[in-house]
Design a protein around this ligand. Structure first.
Ligand SMILES: Nc1ncnc2c1ncn2[C@@H]1O[C@H](COP(=O)(O)OP(=O)(O)OP(=O)(O)O)[C@@H](O)[C@H]1O
Length: 213
């Protein structure tokens, strides 16, 4: 499934951050999102995932086809590693968690409550969740934070296998993952936050408190 973005403007706290975005993420493609801190990568990913509305433009993909891996691992703290994976697999109608367990080297941690994992182990479990969603489009925000070199390799292998199977991935990262990938630099799309808007949309979002979204 293709994800096509046309004339997209995204905002945080009512302030336009990126505007005029046009790109396509195709099956089999890895697209690396680049840009300095605060440039709007997370805002773009959240909008593509359907977690916040765009100010203008359109995103062609159905949110049901998308898995969003955010900064937070989103683990259920009182459940074990295995229970976490089984829970997500059941939500997505899948039964087999073995590829996720083995793909992220979690076999020796299955009984451990996820609250008791190290930061890197938590991240591995959060990423393993990608494999039990069965969804074709992965949107990932700094997925390798806390991972050691070996785990970064596991992650890169998982992405490679995903796109080889017809999936796609848009990944915000500051490191080189060693993947065959295209790059989307958000720099040229930086919005002029102070330009008066003519479409009335600014007012609609001005009081929106992102802290509660
Ligand atoms: N909850 C929020 N409410 C209002 N503004 C926010 C909020 N979160 C982020 N921002 C602002 O929105 C802009 C874009 O932030 P965003 O998190 O999308 O950048 P980023 O490119 O992902 O940065 P980083 O590389 O540091 O993760 C920044 O100026 C940031 O300060």
């Amino acid at each position: 499934m293709e994800l096509r973005v046309e004339n997209l403007t995204v905002a945080r706290g009512g302030v336009p951050v990126l505007e005029g975005l046009e790109f396509t993420l195709s099956p089999g493609q890895v697209l690396i999102l680049r840009g300095p801190n605060g440039s709007g990568k997370t805002t773009l990913l959240r909008t593509l995932a359907g977690l916040q509305p765009p100010l203008t433009g359109s995103v062609s993909a159905d949110p049901e086809q998308i898995t969003y891996g955010a900064h937070a691992d989103g683990l259920k703290a009182t459940l074990s590693v295995e229970e976490n994976l089984r829970f997500w697999a059941s939500v997505h109608g899948l039964a087999d968690i073995a590829p996720a367990v083995d793909g992220f080297n979690l076999r020796g941690l299955l009984e451990r409550p996820s609250a008791n994992l190290s930061a890197g182990q938590k991240r591995r479990l959060g990423l393993a969740r990608l494999l039990v969603t069965g969804r074709p489009i992965w949107l990932l925000d700094e997925p390798t934070v806390s991972l050691d070199v070996a785990s970064v390799t596991l992650f890169a292998d998982a992405v490679r296998a995903h796109v080889a199977g017809g999936g796609s991935a848009l990944i915000a990262t500051h490191i080189d993952l060693g993947l065959k990938a295209d790059t989307l630099d958000v720099g040229p799309y930086k919005a002029d936050a102070h330009r008066p808007r003519t479409d009335g949309m600014r007012d609609a979002y001005a009081d929106f408190d992102e802290a509660f979204s």
